[in-house]
Design a protein around this ligand. Structure first.
Ligand SMILES: [Zn+2]
Length: 71
């Protein structure tokens, strides 16, 4: 299980990131939902993994984690 690092709003903004609030149900769906096609490129899979990891980390912070990996 990866360590959940508290969000630093300034560091996030410096990386061009924006805050996004989602229902825990939506996050749970996102954390588990891989829609990569069979022939998805490595870049697509990495993005999918990253998104789902972040959804999972947010859920974990919220009190219910999932372990989803791509492909
Ligand atoms: Zn995927």
């Amino acid at each position: 299980m990866a360590e959940v690092v508290p969000t630093n709003p300034q560091a996030e903004a410096a990386q061009g990131r924006v805050a996004l609030w989602l229902d825990s149900e939506d996050l749970r769906w996102l954390a588990r939902h891989c829609c990569c096609p069979e022939d998805a490129s490595r870049e697509v899979r990495e993005r999918c993994d990253r998104l789902r990891f972040r959804a999972s980390a947010a859920l974990h912070k919220h009190g219910s984690g999932t372990d989803a990996t791509c492909g």
